[in-house]
Design a protein around this ligand. Structure first.
Ligand code: ATP
Length: 327
């Protein structure tokens, strides 16, 4: 064990994602296995500021690997974005004698963690826990695979109804600024179009989808719309269609928080478990301010600055596959 690594803190922050519990379990057990004590921090950075901390034993994380959400709760905390808020958080670190932090969340969580690490000279390791898969330096984030499966299942159910009526179904999908969930779900669900922020082709795609539908005598279409690809989301796209093509009626389904829930897939559980063990190993190796990522099924460490600031683009072959197969 590294000389000054006696106690670590672990928290989940930002949007919850399936597999966060598996990550908490892995971090806790990997640390305890190395003789490091674990202090669980509730409600993300809010709990760090308020001192909502509980020491975890191995038993505290039993029976949670299959559970969605996060037992530590999550929160969006604007106070942590202020110097005063972070100073208060540091007082908790001192009081609880925490030597290093493992933060599980998305880019906002990493931005806060990095700032905190720089200001107070505390090692921070990030674990990518977000359904959006929008972090650079990792092929996958914890929760993404589960969410993708959930969305695909919803599309399958909608397809049954869609084929029974002559309508265009618009399905709004989450993703913050990224179209990974939408594009991949469109491929998996055999959808007619995917409107994503990375490709500004809304009306062209709609025209193609409608045109192709006519050519193939399809009597239905399912179009996925990433929540922020178009101002107003799927409802705005529906209005555009009804204006240009009044002969078509549209139906909008906003999947909303359904996309975050549910028991994590085996992939997410395994990813979270590997990453949790790697996070503790990284701290023991003296690493700081890095994110644990996965690339080509190998665990990697990526500077938090890169994970946050570099832009991950959608794979062109996937985009082409969606377009090619939607005819
Ligand atoms: P998701 O991708 O699931 O939304 P996220 O981690 O990006 O997750 P955010 O709400 O953006 O979610 O960030 C989580 C928390 O991180 C914020 O509530 C805030 O406490 C902290 N945070 C975000 N940005 C900053 C910042 N610039 N400075 C300090 N703290 C920040």
């Amino acid at each position: 064990m590294s000389a000054n690594l006696n106690i670590i803190g672990v928290l989940t922050s930002g949007g919850d994602a399936p597999g966060m519990n598996a990550a908490i379990r892995a971090v806790t057990r990997a640390a305890i296995g190395q003789g490091i004590r674990v202090k669980a921090i509730y409600r993300g950075y809010k709990g760090l500021i308020d001192g909502e901390v509980k020491e975890f034993t191995s038993q505290d994380v039993s029976g949670i690997i299959q559970r969605g959400g996060t037992i530590l709760k999550s929160a969006r905390c604007t106070e942590f974005q202020t110097k005063e808020g972070r100073e208060q958080a540091y007082q908790t670190i001192l009081r609880e004698q925490i030597d290093a932090l493992v933060v599980i969340g998305g880019d906002g969580t990493f931005t806060g963690g990095r700032l905190f690490a720089q200001e107070y000279d505390i090692p921070v390791i990030g674990m990518p826990g977000t359904i959006d898969n929008d972090l650079w330096g990792t092929d996958a984030t914890i929760g993404y695979d589960t969410s993708l499966s959930t969305i695909t299942e919803c599309i399958d159910k909608l397809r049954d109804t869609a084929t029974s009526h002559e309508r265009i179904f618009l399905v709004e999908v989450m993703g913050r600024d990224a179209g990974f969930l939408t594009l991949n779900a469109a491929i998996a669900g055999g959808c007619e179009a995917a409107i994503i922020p990375e490709r500004a082709t809304v009306m062209e795609q709609i025209e193609d989808a409608i045109g192709n539908g006519r050519r193939k005598s399809k009597n239905s279409s399912i179009v996925l719309v990433q929540e922020h690809a178009v101002e107003g989301g799927a409802n705005a796209v529906a209005k555009m269609i009804e204006k240009e093509h009044p002969e078509y009626s549209t139906r909008v389904t906003v999947l909303g928080h359904l996309q975050r829930g549910g028991s994590p897939t085996a992939y997410d559980r395994i990813l979270a478990s590997r990453m949790g063990v790697a996070a503790i190993q990284a701290l023991m190796d003296g690493q700081r301010n890095v994110m644990v990522g996965i690339q080509n099924d190998d665990i990697v460490l990526v500077p938090l600055s890169k994970a946050i600031h570099q832009k991950k683009d959608v794979k062109e072959d996937k985009w082409q596959a969606m377009l090619t197969l939607s005819i």
